[in-house]
Design a protein around this ligand. Structure first.
Ligand code: SIN
Length: 524
Protein backbone atom coordinates (compact mmCIF):
# COMPACT_ATOMS: atom_id res chain seq x y z
CA UNK A 1 0.00 0.00 0.00
CA UNK A 2 1.53 3.40 -0.90
CA UNK A 3 0.75 7.12 -1.08
CA UNK A 4 -2.32 9.01 0.02
CA UNK A 5 -3.81 11.52 2.43
CA UNK A 6 -3.18 11.33 6.17
CA UNK A 7 -5.74 9.74 8.50
CA UNK A 8 -7.27 11.25 11.61
CA UNK A 9 -4.89 10.64 14.53
CA UNK A 10 -5.58 9.46 18.09
CA UNK A 11 -2.95 8.70 20.74
CA UNK A 12 -3.34 6.46 23.80
CA UNK A 13 -0.97 4.62 26.10
CA UNK A 14 -2.53 1.30 25.11
CA UNK A 15 -4.42 0.21 22.01
CA UNK A 16 -6.70 -2.82 22.24
CA UNK A 17 -8.09 -4.19 18.97
CA UNK A 18 -11.28 -6.17 19.55
CA UNK A 19 -14.23 -5.75 21.91
CA UNK A 20 -14.90 -9.25 23.22
CA UNK A 21 -14.25 -10.71 26.67
CA UNK A 22 -10.44 -10.82 26.24
CA UNK A 23 -10.34 -7.19 25.06
CA UNK A 24 -12.53 -5.83 27.84
CA UNK A 25 -10.77 -7.81 30.58
CA UNK A 26 -7.45 -6.41 29.33
CA UNK A 27 -8.92 -2.89 29.25
CA UNK A 28 -10.06 -3.18 32.87
CA UNK A 29 -6.60 -4.19 34.02
CA UNK A 30 -4.81 -1.55 31.92
CA UNK A 31 -6.93 1.45 32.91
CA UNK A 32 -5.15 1.99 36.26
CA UNK A 33 -1.89 2.20 34.28
CA UNK A 34 -2.83 4.67 31.54
CA UNK A 35 -5.21 5.64 28.78
CA UNK A 36 -6.82 2.87 26.71
CA UNK A 37 -8.26 3.11 23.19
CA UNK A 38 -10.37 0.08 22.20
CA UNK A 39 -11.11 -0.23 18.49
CA UNK A 40 -13.85 -2.63 17.50
CA UNK A 41 -15.61 -3.70 14.30
CA UNK A 42 -18.99 -3.16 15.93
CA UNK A 43 -20.99 -3.34 19.13
CA UNK A 44 -20.35 -6.05 21.73
CA UNK A 45 -22.66 -8.40 19.84
CA UNK A 46 -20.50 -8.34 16.70
CA UNK A 47 -17.88 -10.82 18.00
CA UNK A 48 -17.95 -14.43 19.23
CA UNK A 49 -17.79 -13.84 23.00
CA UNK A 50 -21.34 -12.54 23.04
CA UNK A 51 -22.67 -15.86 21.71
CA UNK A 52 -20.79 -18.19 24.10
CA UNK A 53 -23.50 -20.35 25.62
CA UNK A 54 -21.86 -23.14 27.59
CA UNK A 55 -19.98 -21.36 30.30
CA UNK A 56 -16.70 -20.94 32.06
CA UNK A 57 -14.69 -24.00 33.12
CA UNK A 58 -13.02 -23.58 36.54
CA UNK A 59 -11.34 -26.09 38.87
CA UNK A 60 -13.96 -25.56 41.56
CA UNK A 61 -12.56 -26.05 45.05
CA UNK A 62 -9.28 -24.70 43.62
CA UNK A 63 -7.28 -27.33 45.53
CA UNK A 64 -4.56 -29.55 44.08
CA UNK A 65 -6.95 -32.35 43.15
CA UNK A 66 -9.38 -30.02 41.34
CA UNK A 67 -6.56 -28.30 39.46
CA UNK A 68 -4.85 -31.59 38.50
CA UNK A 69 -8.09 -33.04 37.21
CA UNK A 70 -8.87 -29.94 35.10
CA UNK A 71 -5.30 -29.98 33.72
CA UNK A 72 -5.59 -33.69 32.85
CA UNK A 73 -8.93 -33.25 31.05
CA UNK A 74 -7.55 -30.30 29.07
CA UNK A 75 -4.51 -32.30 27.99
CA UNK A 76 -6.54 -35.39 27.10
CA UNK A 77 -8.94 -33.38 24.92
CA UNK A 78 -5.94 -31.60 23.33
CA UNK A 79 -4.83 -34.89 21.72
CA UNK A 80 -1.24 -34.69 22.96
CA UNK A 81 -0.41 -31.21 21.66
CA UNK A 82 -1.00 -29.07 24.76
CA UNK A 83 1.93 -27.39 26.50
CA UNK A 84 1.44 -28.86 29.97
CA UNK A 85 3.27 -26.14 31.86
CA UNK A 86 1.13 -23.48 30.22
CA UNK A 87 -2.08 -25.43 30.81
CA UNK A 88 -1.20 -25.49 34.50
CA UNK A 89 -0.65 -21.71 34.54
CA UNK A 90 -4.04 -21.23 32.89
CA UNK A 91 -5.92 -23.46 35.32
CA UNK A 92 -4.10 -22.16 38.40
CA UNK A 93 -5.12 -18.61 37.48
CA UNK A 94 -8.81 -19.57 37.15
CA UNK A 95 -9.57 -18.79 40.80
CA UNK A 96 -8.46 -15.15 40.45
CA UNK A 97 -10.28 -14.77 37.11
CA UNK A 98 -13.52 -16.13 38.56
CA UNK A 99 -13.27 -14.07 41.78
CA UNK A 100 -12.75 -10.92 39.69
CA UNK A 101 -15.91 -11.60 37.70
CA UNK A 102 -17.90 -12.16 40.90
CA UNK A 103 -16.56 -8.86 42.28
CA UNK A 104 -17.67 -7.03 39.11
CA UNK A 105 -21.14 -8.46 39.58
CA UNK A 106 -21.45 -11.15 36.90
CA UNK A 107 -24.74 -12.89 37.80
CA UNK A 108 -23.57 -16.51 37.85
CA UNK A 109 -26.41 -18.99 38.28
CA UNK A 110 -26.93 -20.17 41.86
CA UNK A 111 -29.34 -22.47 43.70
CA UNK A 112 -31.89 -21.29 46.25
CA UNK A 113 -29.19 -21.46 48.97
CA UNK A 114 -27.06 -19.04 46.95
CA UNK A 115 -24.50 -21.68 46.00
CA UNK A 116 -22.92 -21.54 42.54
CA UNK A 117 -24.39 -24.10 40.11
CA UNK A 118 -22.15 -26.27 37.97
CA UNK A 119 -22.80 -28.16 34.80
CA UNK A 120 -20.90 -30.86 32.98
CA UNK A 121 -19.79 -30.77 29.36
CA UNK A 122 -18.19 -33.32 27.09
CA UNK A 123 -14.66 -34.54 27.94
CA UNK A 124 -14.85 -33.09 31.47
CA UNK A 125 -14.46 -35.81 34.09
CA UNK A 126 -16.58 -33.82 36.56
CA UNK A 127 -19.09 -30.94 36.56
CA UNK A 128 -17.00 -27.75 36.69
CA UNK A 129 -18.68 -25.33 34.30
CA UNK A 130 -20.26 -22.21 35.79
CA UNK A 131 -22.88 -20.39 33.76
CA UNK A 132 -24.95 -17.20 33.82
CA UNK A 133 -28.53 -16.68 32.64
CA UNK A 134 -28.60 -20.41 31.79
CA UNK A 135 -27.05 -20.37 28.32
CA UNK A 136 -26.29 -16.61 28.14
CA UNK A 137 -22.92 -16.80 29.86
CA UNK A 138 -20.85 -15.01 27.19
CA UNK A 139 -23.20 -12.06 26.79
CA UNK A 140 -23.66 -11.56 30.54
CA UNK A 141 -19.92 -11.64 31.27
CA UNK A 142 -19.23 -9.30 28.36
CA UNK A 143 -21.96 -6.81 29.31
CA UNK A 144 -20.68 -6.71 32.90
CA UNK A 145 -17.08 -6.12 31.85
CA UNK A 146 -18.11 -3.45 29.33
CA UNK A 147 -20.24 -1.64 31.93
CA UNK A 148 -17.22 -1.47 34.20
CA UNK A 149 -15.07 0.07 31.43
CA UNK A 150 -17.34 2.46 29.51
CA UNK A 151 -17.55 5.85 31.14
CA UNK A 152 -14.02 5.61 32.60
CA UNK A 153 -12.30 8.92 31.87
CA UNK A 154 -9.22 7.24 30.39
CA UNK A 155 -11.19 4.94 28.09
CA UNK A 156 -12.00 5.67 24.43
CA UNK A 157 -14.23 3.35 22.39
CA UNK A 158 -13.83 3.55 18.62
CA UNK A 159 -16.23 1.77 16.29
CA UNK A 160 -16.83 0.53 13.61
CA UNK A 161 -13.16 0.22 12.67
CA UNK A 162 -11.17 -2.62 11.12
CA UNK A 163 -7.42 -2.89 11.46
CA UNK A 164 -5.79 -2.63 8.03
CA UNK A 165 -2.13 -2.14 8.89
CA UNK A 166 0.11 -2.27 11.95
CA UNK A 167 2.17 0.89 12.38
CA UNK A 168 5.82 0.54 13.28
CA UNK A 169 7.93 3.19 15.00
CA UNK A 170 11.39 4.17 13.77
CA UNK A 171 12.82 1.74 16.36
CA UNK A 172 10.96 -1.13 14.63
CA UNK A 173 8.49 -1.66 17.47
CA UNK A 174 4.77 -1.89 16.78
CA UNK A 175 3.45 1.59 17.56
CA UNK A 176 -0.29 1.26 16.88
CA UNK A 177 -2.52 0.62 13.90
CA UNK A 178 -4.22 2.11 10.87
CA UNK A 179 -7.97 1.48 10.76
CA UNK A 180 -10.67 1.80 8.12
CA UNK A 181 -14.38 2.31 8.80
CA UNK A 182 -17.17 0.21 7.25
CA UNK A 183 -17.46 2.41 4.18
CA UNK A 184 -13.73 2.40 3.49
CA UNK A 185 -13.84 6.21 3.38
CA UNK A 186 -12.85 7.18 6.88
CA UNK A 187 -9.40 6.30 8.14
CA UNK A 188 -8.04 6.45 11.64
CA UNK A 189 -4.52 6.15 12.98
CA UNK A 190 -4.18 5.10 16.61
CA UNK A 191 -0.67 5.38 18.06
CA UNK A 192 0.09 3.62 21.33
CA UNK A 193 2.96 2.29 23.45
CA UNK A 194 1.56 -1.26 23.31
CA UNK A 195 -0.90 -2.79 20.83
CA UNK A 196 -2.97 -5.73 22.08
CA UNK A 197 -4.80 -7.93 19.58
CA UNK A 198 -8.04 -9.38 20.98
CA UNK A 199 -9.92 -9.92 17.74
CA UNK A 200 -11.06 -13.54 18.19
CA UNK A 201 -10.72 -16.42 15.76
CA UNK A 202 -11.39 -17.00 12.09
CA UNK A 203 -14.03 -19.73 11.98
CA UNK A 204 -16.25 -17.57 9.74
CA UNK A 205 -13.69 -18.22 7.00
CA UNK A 206 -15.47 -21.59 6.76
CA UNK A 207 -18.81 -21.71 4.92
CA UNK A 208 -20.59 -23.38 7.84
CA UNK A 209 -19.81 -21.78 11.18
CA UNK A 210 -21.20 -20.92 14.61
CA UNK A 211 -19.33 -17.59 14.53
CA UNK A 212 -20.72 -14.18 13.56
CA UNK A 213 -19.76 -13.05 10.03
CA UNK A 214 -17.08 -10.63 11.25
CA UNK A 215 -14.80 -13.48 12.41
CA UNK A 216 -12.85 -13.94 9.18
CA UNK A 217 -9.41 -13.44 10.71
CA UNK A 218 -8.50 -10.24 8.91
CA UNK A 219 -6.60 -8.84 11.89
CA UNK A 220 -4.46 -11.99 12.11
CA UNK A 221 -3.63 -11.62 8.40
CA UNK A 222 -2.68 -7.97 8.94
CA UNK A 223 -0.36 -8.91 11.83
CA UNK A 224 1.21 -11.67 9.76
CA UNK A 225 1.87 -9.23 6.91
CA UNK A 226 3.70 -7.03 9.44
CA UNK A 227 5.90 -10.00 10.41
CA UNK A 228 4.05 -11.60 13.34
CA UNK A 229 4.44 -15.37 13.44
CA UNK A 230 1.26 -17.44 13.13
CA UNK A 231 1.13 -21.08 14.18
CA UNK A 232 -1.11 -24.14 14.47
CA UNK A 233 -3.58 -22.80 11.91
CA UNK A 234 -4.54 -26.36 10.93
CA UNK A 235 -6.37 -26.82 14.21
CA UNK A 236 -9.94 -25.71 13.63
CA UNK A 237 -12.46 -27.04 16.12
CA UNK A 238 -15.75 -28.16 14.57
CA UNK A 239 -18.64 -28.10 17.03
CA UNK A 240 -20.78 -31.22 16.56
CA UNK A 241 -24.23 -30.07 17.64
CA UNK A 242 -25.16 -27.17 15.39
CA UNK A 243 -28.73 -26.82 14.20
CA UNK A 244 -29.11 -27.80 10.55
CA UNK A 245 -32.30 -26.51 8.94
CA UNK A 246 -32.66 -25.59 5.27
CA UNK A 247 -32.61 -21.83 4.78
CA UNK A 248 -31.61 -21.11 8.41
CA UNK A 249 -28.21 -19.94 9.61
CA UNK A 250 -26.36 -22.56 11.68
CA UNK A 251 -27.19 -22.11 15.36
CA UNK A 252 -25.16 -23.57 18.23
CA UNK A 253 -26.89 -26.11 20.48
CA UNK A 254 -24.63 -25.88 23.49
CA UNK A 255 -22.48 -28.80 24.55
CA UNK A 256 -24.11 -28.48 27.98
CA UNK A 257 -27.22 -30.09 26.45
CA UNK A 258 -25.20 -33.28 26.02
CA UNK A 259 -23.49 -32.75 29.37
CA UNK A 260 -26.94 -32.62 30.99
CA UNK A 261 -28.07 -35.84 29.34
CA UNK A 262 -28.94 -35.05 25.70
CA UNK A 263 -28.64 -37.88 23.17
CA UNK A 264 -27.27 -37.89 19.63
CA UNK A 265 -29.48 -40.19 17.58
CA UNK A 266 -30.06 -41.30 14.02
CA UNK A 267 -33.34 -41.40 12.10
CA UNK A 268 -34.24 -44.68 13.86
CA UNK A 269 -33.65 -43.11 17.28
CA UNK A 270 -30.44 -45.12 17.94
CA UNK A 271 -27.69 -43.50 20.01
CA UNK A 272 -24.80 -43.78 17.59
CA UNK A 273 -21.84 -42.28 19.45
CA UNK A 274 -20.95 -45.33 21.57
CA UNK A 275 -19.97 -47.01 18.31
CA UNK A 276 -17.20 -44.45 18.05
CA UNK A 277 -16.05 -43.72 21.59
CA UNK A 278 -16.66 -45.32 25.02
CA UNK A 279 -17.83 -41.97 26.43
CA UNK A 280 -20.61 -41.66 23.84
CA UNK A 281 -22.13 -38.16 23.98
CA UNK A 282 -19.39 -37.09 26.40
CA UNK A 283 -16.51 -37.85 24.04
CA UNK A 284 -14.25 -34.91 23.06
CA UNK A 285 -15.73 -32.51 20.52
CA UNK A 286 -13.42 -33.43 17.63
CA UNK A 287 -14.22 -37.13 18.05
CA UNK A 288 -17.98 -36.44 18.06
CA UNK A 289 -17.76 -34.19 14.98
CA UNK A 290 -15.81 -36.81 13.04
CA UNK A 291 -18.25 -39.51 14.15
CA UNK A 292 -21.15 -37.43 12.77
CA UNK A 293 -19.23 -36.88 9.55
CA UNK A 294 -18.54 -40.62 9.13
CA UNK A 295 -22.11 -41.52 10.04
CA UNK A 296 -23.51 -39.04 7.48
CA UNK A 297 -21.17 -40.45 4.84
CA UNK A 298 -22.22 -44.02 5.58
CA UNK A 299 -25.96 -43.16 5.69
CA UNK A 300 -26.50 -40.08 3.54
CA UNK A 301 -30.26 -40.66 3.47
CA UNK A 302 -30.59 -40.45 7.26
CA UNK A 303 -30.39 -37.19 9.25
CA UNK A 304 -28.76 -36.99 12.69
CA UNK A 305 -30.39 -35.35 15.68
CA UNK A 306 -29.81 -34.03 19.16
CA UNK A 307 -32.65 -35.25 21.35
CA UNK A 308 -33.50 -33.85 24.78
CA UNK A 309 -37.18 -34.82 24.72
CA UNK A 310 -36.60 -37.11 27.75
CA UNK A 311 -35.62 -34.09 29.91
CA UNK A 312 -38.37 -32.10 31.72
CA UNK A 313 -39.79 -29.27 29.57
CA UNK A 314 -39.67 -26.69 32.37
CA UNK A 315 -36.04 -27.52 33.08
CA UNK A 316 -35.15 -27.09 29.39
CA UNK A 317 -36.89 -23.72 29.20
CA UNK A 318 -35.24 -22.39 32.35
CA UNK A 319 -31.77 -23.85 31.96
CA UNK A 320 -31.41 -23.20 28.21
CA UNK A 321 -33.65 -20.19 27.50
CA UNK A 322 -31.69 -18.89 24.52
CA UNK A 323 -31.47 -22.25 22.75
CA UNK A 324 -35.05 -23.20 23.62
CA UNK A 325 -36.50 -19.94 22.29
CA UNK A 326 -34.38 -19.94 19.16
CA UNK A 327 -35.46 -23.49 18.34
CA UNK A 328 -39.11 -22.55 18.94
CA UNK A 329 -38.72 -19.61 16.55
CA UNK A 330 -37.72 -22.01 13.78
CA UNK A 331 -40.47 -24.51 14.55
CA UNK A 332 -38.70 -26.95 16.90
CA UNK A 333 -40.06 -27.50 20.39
CA UNK A 334 -37.10 -29.16 22.13
CA UNK A 335 -39.38 -30.72 24.75
CA UNK A 336 -41.12 -32.70 21.97
CA UNK A 337 -38.98 -32.57 18.82
CA UNK A 338 -35.50 -33.79 17.96
CA UNK A 339 -33.24 -31.08 16.54
CA UNK A 340 -31.41 -31.90 13.26
CA UNK A 341 -27.66 -31.31 13.65
CA UNK A 342 -24.51 -31.06 11.54
CA UNK A 343 -21.07 -29.87 12.71
CA UNK A 344 -19.81 -26.35 11.95
CA UNK A 345 -16.47 -24.52 12.36
CA UNK A 346 -16.45 -23.11 15.87
CA UNK A 347 -13.04 -22.25 17.34
CA UNK A 348 -9.40 -21.84 16.35
CA UNK A 349 -6.75 -23.41 18.56
CA UNK A 350 -3.99 -21.68 16.54
CA UNK A 351 -3.38 -18.04 15.68
CA UNK A 352 -0.74 -15.42 16.50
CA UNK A 353 2.08 -17.20 18.30
CA UNK A 354 2.27 -15.82 21.84
CA UNK A 355 3.66 -16.62 25.24
CA UNK A 356 1.68 -16.79 28.48
CA UNK A 357 2.01 -13.02 28.94
CA UNK A 358 0.67 -12.30 25.47
CA UNK A 359 4.02 -11.41 23.86
CA UNK A 360 4.14 -12.14 20.13
CA UNK A 361 7.16 -12.35 17.83
CA UNK A 362 6.89 -8.56 17.21
CA UNK A 363 8.05 -6.19 19.96
CA UNK A 364 5.19 -3.95 21.10
CA UNK A 365 2.52 -6.38 19.82
CA UNK A 366 0.59 -8.60 22.24
CA UNK A 367 -2.24 -11.08 21.62
CA UNK A 368 -4.96 -12.45 23.93
CA UNK A 369 -7.91 -14.81 23.60
CA UNK A 370 -8.81 -16.83 20.53
CA UNK A 371 -6.63 -14.79 18.14
CA UNK A 372 -3.56 -15.95 20.10
CA UNK A 373 -1.93 -19.34 19.94
CA UNK A 374 -0.69 -20.06 23.46
CA UNK A 375 -0.68 -23.86 22.96
CA UNK A 376 -2.98 -24.41 25.96
CA UNK A 377 -5.66 -26.04 23.80
CA UNK A 378 -3.44 -28.46 21.88
CA UNK A 379 -5.14 -29.95 18.83
CA UNK A 380 -8.67 -29.71 20.26
CA UNK A 381 -9.93 -27.36 22.99
CA UNK A 382 -11.74 -28.68 26.05
CA UNK A 383 -15.28 -27.25 26.21
CA UNK A 384 -15.62 -23.94 28.09
CA UNK A 385 -11.86 -23.41 28.41
CA UNK A 386 -12.08 -20.55 25.88
CA UNK A 387 -13.75 -18.01 28.17
CA UNK A 388 -11.28 -19.05 30.86
CA UNK A 389 -8.38 -18.36 28.51
CA UNK A 390 -9.80 -14.96 27.47
CA UNK A 391 -10.12 -13.86 31.12
CA UNK A 392 -6.86 -15.29 32.42
CA UNK A 393 -4.85 -13.95 29.49
CA UNK A 394 -6.56 -10.55 29.88
CA UNK A 395 -4.92 -10.41 33.33
CA UNK A 396 -1.62 -12.01 32.33
CA UNK A 397 -0.93 -9.76 29.33
CA UNK A 398 -0.96 -6.77 31.65
CA UNK A 399 1.76 -8.41 33.77
CA UNK A 400 3.72 -8.83 30.53
CA UNK A 401 3.26 -5.19 29.55
CA UNK A 402 4.31 -4.04 33.04
CA UNK A 403 7.36 -6.29 33.17
CA UNK A 404 8.37 -5.11 29.68
CA UNK A 405 8.22 -1.56 31.13
CA UNK A 406 6.09 -0.42 28.21
CA UNK A 407 4.21 2.24 30.18
CA UNK A 408 7.49 4.04 31.05
CA UNK A 409 8.41 4.58 27.40
CA UNK A 410 7.33 7.24 24.94
CA UNK A 411 4.96 6.81 21.99
CA UNK A 412 6.74 5.37 18.95
CA UNK A 413 7.64 7.85 16.23
CA UNK A 414 5.83 6.70 13.12
CA UNK A 415 7.27 7.80 9.77
CA UNK A 416 5.13 9.82 7.37
CA UNK A 417 5.04 6.97 4.79
CA UNK A 418 3.78 4.55 7.45
CA UNK A 419 0.89 6.94 8.08
CA UNK A 420 -0.25 7.17 4.45
CA UNK A 421 -3.81 6.11 3.76
CA UNK A 422 -3.38 3.47 1.03
CA UNK A 423 -4.61 4.28 -2.47
CA UNK A 424 -4.20 0.77 -3.90
CA UNK A 425 -4.18 -2.81 -2.63
CA UNK A 426 -3.73 -6.19 -4.35
CA UNK A 427 -7.08 -7.12 -5.94
CA UNK A 428 -8.65 -9.37 -8.57
CA UNK A 429 -11.16 -8.21 -11.19
CA UNK A 430 -14.72 -8.23 -9.77
CA UNK A 431 -16.37 -11.66 -9.70
CA UNK A 432 -13.15 -13.70 -10.02
CA UNK A 433 -13.24 -14.67 -6.39
CA UNK A 434 -15.68 -13.80 -3.62
CA UNK A 435 -15.56 -14.32 0.13
CA UNK A 436 -18.24 -17.01 -0.29
CA UNK A 437 -15.93 -18.91 -2.68
CA UNK A 438 -13.05 -18.77 -0.19
CA UNK A 439 -15.37 -19.96 2.59
CA UNK A 440 -16.53 -22.88 0.44
CA UNK A 441 -12.95 -23.89 -0.36
CA UNK A 442 -12.05 -24.01 3.32
CA UNK A 443 -15.21 -25.88 4.30
CA UNK A 444 -14.90 -28.45 1.54
CA UNK A 445 -11.12 -28.91 1.48
CA UNK A 446 -9.98 -28.16 5.02
CA UNK A 447 -13.04 -29.47 6.84
CA UNK A 448 -13.88 -31.91 9.62
CA UNK A 449 -12.00 -34.80 8.02
CA UNK A 450 -9.15 -33.93 5.67
CA UNK A 451 -8.07 -35.69 2.49
CA UNK A 452 -4.58 -35.05 1.17
CA UNK A 453 -5.76 -34.61 -2.41
CA UNK A 454 -8.39 -32.05 -1.38
CA UNK A 455 -6.00 -30.12 0.84
CA UNK A 456 -3.51 -29.93 -2.03
CA UNK A 457 -6.13 -28.75 -4.49
CA UNK A 458 -7.49 -26.14 -2.02
CA UNK A 459 -3.95 -24.88 -1.51
CA UNK A 460 -3.42 -24.57 -5.27
CA UNK A 461 -6.72 -22.70 -5.74
CA UNK A 462 -5.91 -20.15 -3.05
CA UNK A 463 -2.35 -19.69 -4.33
CA UNK A 464 -3.69 -19.29 -7.87
CA UNK A 465 -5.96 -16.42 -6.82
CA UNK A 466 -3.13 -14.73 -4.93
CA UNK A 467 -0.74 -15.01 -7.87
CA UNK A 468 -3.25 -13.28 -10.17
CA UNK A 469 -3.76 -10.28 -7.89
CA UNK A 470 -2.84 -6.85 -9.27
CA UNK A 471 -2.96 -3.35 -7.81
CA UNK A 472 -6.52 -2.02 -7.65
CA UNK A 473 -8.67 0.48 -5.75
CA UNK A 474 -9.15 0.17 -1.99
CA UNK A 475 -12.59 -1.10 -1.01
CA UNK A 476 -13.76 -2.72 2.23
CA UNK A 477 -14.64 -5.88 0.34
CA UNK A 478 -11.27 -5.92 -1.42
CA UNK A 479 -9.31 -5.53 1.83
CA UNK A 480 -11.30 -8.37 3.45
CA UNK A 481 -10.76 -10.65 0.48
CA UNK A 482 -7.03 -9.95 0.32
CA UNK A 483 -6.72 -10.76 4.03
CA UNK A 484 -8.91 -13.87 3.67
CA UNK A 485 -6.80 -15.24 0.81
CA UNK A 486 -3.50 -14.60 2.60
CA UNK A 487 -4.75 -16.23 5.81
CA UNK A 488 -6.18 -19.18 3.85
CA UNK A 489 -2.78 -19.70 2.21
CA UNK A 490 -1.21 -19.95 5.67
CA UNK A 491 -3.94 -22.37 6.84
CA UNK A 492 -3.47 -24.71 3.85
CA UNK A 493 0.32 -24.60 4.25
CA UNK A 494 -0.03 -25.56 7.90
CA UNK A 495 -2.50 -28.37 7.18
CA UNK A 496 0.22 -30.18 5.28
CA UNK A 497 2.90 -29.94 7.96
CA UNK A 498 0.93 -30.02 11.23
CA UNK A 499 0.68 -33.34 13.11
CA UNK A 500 -2.27 -35.47 11.94
CA UNK A 501 -4.02 -35.55 15.30
CA UNK A 502 -7.08 -33.97 16.90
CA UNK A 503 -8.66 -31.47 14.55
CA UNK A 504 -6.07 -32.12 11.81
CA UNK A 505 -7.24 -35.66 11.14
CA UNK A 506 -6.57 -37.03 7.63
CA UNK A 507 -8.73 -39.92 6.54
CA UNK A 508 -6.95 -40.94 3.36
CA UNK A 509 -3.53 -41.47 4.89
CA UNK A 510 -4.67 -44.81 6.23
CA UNK A 511 -7.01 -46.04 3.49
CA UNK A 512 -7.64 -49.31 5.30
CA UNK A 513 -9.38 -47.23 7.98
CA UNK A 514 -11.84 -45.51 5.66
CA UNK A 515 -15.29 -45.90 7.11
CA UNK A 516 -14.16 -47.54 10.35
CA UNK A 517 -15.15 -46.09 13.67
CA UNK A 518 -13.09 -43.08 14.76
CA UNK A 519 -11.98 -44.90 17.90
CA UNK A 520 -10.22 -47.54 15.84
CA UNK A 521 -8.75 -45.04 13.45
CA UNK A 522 -7.31 -43.12 16.37
CA UNK A 523 -5.76 -46.20 17.90
CA UNK A 524 -4.02 -46.83 14.60
C1 SIN B 1 -20.95 -24.65 23.81
O1 SIN B 1 -21.71 -24.11 24.59
O2 SIN B 1 -21.13 -25.80 23.40
C2 SIN B 1 -19.75 -23.92 23.34
C3 SIN B 1 -18.86 -23.64 24.46
C4 SIN B 1 -17.43 -23.72 24.03
O3 SIN B 1 -17.11 -23.41 22.88
O4 SIN B 1 -16.62 -24.19 24.83
Amino acid sequence: MTGGPKPKRIAADFLIVGGGIAGYQTALDLLPLGSVALASRGSISSGSSYYAQGGLAIPWGFDRDAIDSHVEDTIRAGAGLCDEERVRLLIEDAEEAFATLVSYGVPFDRNEKGEILFTREAAHSRPRIVHAGGDKTGSLILKTLAQNVHGHERFTFLTPYRLTRLLKGRDGRVAGGLFMDETGEEWLEIVAKATIMATGGFSALFARTTNPPSQVGDAAAVCHRAGAELERLAFTQFHPTVLDLPGEAPFLLTEALRGEGGHVVNEAGERILFRYHPDGELAPRDVVSRALWLEARAHPESALYLSVTHLPALYLKERFPQVFNHCLSVGIDLSRDRAPIRPAAHFQMGGIKSDMEGRTSLPGLYAVGEVASTRVHGANRLASNSLLEALVMGHRVVHGIVSDRIGDGALGLVSEEERDVPRVIPTLPPGQVTMKMVQNILWEKAGIVRFLSLVQSGREEIRGYLSRMREGPVTTEGVLLWNALELSREIFDDLLVAPRVGANFFLDESPENAGSPVREIEKG
